[in-house]
Design a protein around this ligand. Structure first.
Ligand SMILES: [Zn+2]
Length: 485
């Protein structure tokens, strides 16, 4: 009887671990591209793609006839949507690490007035492309996202079933937002953020925006990530969580960008003291800055995700008091089972202390028990978690929660009497590894997409070691399961 019970327990517990693996590796559901027949106040990729098709026909770097055609197209669409645009012309400069470049650029700037402005929301994308590709993803889609967002903001409620399409006159405007919305289409981004530099040095509105949302791409598809913020981001992340609950965003990316070089317009806005967030998709990086960055290769769902961020966040920030001052960073990350998880960065150190206290207590109470060596890898992870909490607090959650889960199952392992019911063990083994699977396992696939297999390899090896260290009590439990010690 005992043998059958043991085999059954092992099978059941292995199945539980396999279930977690399946849950954590199943991709997040993505929104479908919204057709042009959608209500006028919604963001529709089919409507936005009309703009992408019009702009991304050929490469359009500054100084070419194609550039001027795209510039005039954007200004024409703004006029059709009822906004008069300014052309800010001047010299932009870029210099970093001995490299210096300057050039004449033409930014397009427009303002949608609010009802009782506190500080404006600024939406930004660059309308120039590299000479080596038509730039459908980088960054004609960003320009199209801004135009379609403006159209949706300006649209009143529409009769059901009546399509809203480019070229069809607007209905009477819906109620305006509280705050102004600035639409900034920068020029010369690809040569070194020259347009953003000109705007932040000379434009009279350069200090006004309470928040900037910048839209970019490093490829032609895949999920859209909110990958970069300015410091003191807790208030912005709370609004992101409210506006787009299943947002793809993690404070690990904030830590990476805090320690890395600057390479988008948002870097220039941040240096100028503005608060902001950066959004991009990075799938098919082999098409980035290539002839294949064209309309045919652009993933409509990626554009829909960018548009959902743009419209939802503009509606949320557009009705906030943006004159209020904010402080404090947030730790934030998605999981496969919940909406974006957000908590203050001030929790990071106390969480790092839970691990050594819990581990010491469990090891002391279980001092007569075989298998205490399992505490050694957990102790090493606890030390790493302290280092992370002190230096890269936004990334410490990747160690802290899996570690707490691992220590929880270690406590179960050393405290479980031989008579502990199978049900309790099963419950422990189902719940304890949740953080390990939901946080560390998806990292494997995310790192592969973001860095490519070769550059991701050392990080992947570290991730697998971490998973094994935190999961070791589970594995011991599975193989001991119903065997009395
Ligand atoms: Zn770009």
């Amino acid at each position: 009887m005992k043998t059958i019970a043991t085999i059954f327990a092992r099978l059941a517990l292995s199945a539980a671990l396999a279930l977690w693996l399946w849950v954590s590796l199943s991709p997040n559901p993505r929104p479908a591209a919204v057709p042009a027949t959608a209500p006028a106040q919604d963001f529709s990729t089919e409507r936005a793609m009309v703009h992408v098709g019009a702009m991304a026909q050929k490469p359009h770097p500054p100084g070419t006839a194609e550039h001027d055609r795209v510039r005039d197209y954007v200004r024409g669409e703004l006029a059709r949507l009822g906004l008069e645009s300014q052309l800010e012309t001047g010299k932009g400069e870029y210099s970093q690490r001995g490299y210096h470049i300057s050039g004449r650029v033409e930014n397009i700037v427009a303002l949608l007035p609010g009802a009782a402005n506190t500080r404006p929301v600024m939406l930004a994308a660059h309308y120039d492309s590299v000479p080596t590709g038509p730039g459908a993803g980088d960054d004609a889609h960003g320009v199209a996202v801004l135009l379609e967002t403006l159209r949706a903001l300006r649209s009143g409620p529409r009769e059901p079933g009546v399509p809203a399409q480019p070229g069809v006159p607007l209905l009477p405007s819906g109620p305006p937002l509280r705050n102004d919305v600035i639409f900034l289409f920068t020029d010369g981004e690809e040569r070194g953020m020259l347009g953003a530099d000109l705007f932040m040095r000379e434009h009279p509105w350069r200090h006004d925006p309470g928040v900037v949302l910048n839209f970019e791409a490093r490829g032609t598809g895949g999920s859209s990530f909110m990958f970069e913020t300015s410091p003191g981001n807790a208030w912005m992340i709370r609004h992101l969580q409210a506006a787009v609950p299943r947002a793809e965003a993690t404070s690990v990316a904030y830590e990476i960008y805090r320690h890395m070089g600057n390479d988008t317009d948002l870097s220039v806005f941040k240096r100028g003291g503005l608060a902001g967030m950066n959004f991009a998709f990075i799938g098919h990086p082999e098409f980035y800055h290539r002839p294949q960055d064209d309309v045919a290769h652009l993933d409509w769902r990626s554009v829909q995700e960018q548009g959902r961020y743009a419209l939802s966040l503009t509606r949320v920030f557009g009705n906030q008091d943006l004159a209020a001052t904010h402080a404090g960073n947030a730790v934030y990350f998605p999981t496969r089972l919940t909406s974006l998880i957000v908590y203050p960065a001030s929790w990071v150190m106390p969480l790092a202390w839970i691990a050594p206290i819990g581990l010491t207590a469990a090891a002391w109470f279980g001092r007569a028990v075989r298998g205490r060596w399992i505490a050694i890898p957990l102790a090493i992870v606890a030390a790493l978690a302290f280092l992370a909490a002190a230096n890269v607090p936004g990334a410490a959650y990747l160690l802290e929660w899996p570690l707490i889960a691992g220590i929880g199952s270690f406590a179960l392992l050393v405290s479980a009497p031989p008579t502990l019911g199978f049900g309790w063990r099963l419950l422990g083994i189902l719940i304890c590894p949740s953080a390990i699977f939901l946080l560390l396992v998806p990292l494997v696939s995310d790192l592969m997409v973001a860095l490519g297999p070769r550059r991701a390899a050392p990080l992947l090896a570290g991730d697998v070691l971490l998973i094994l260290a935190c999961l070791s009590p589970q594995l011991v439990l599975v193989f001991r399961s119903a065997t009395p010690r």
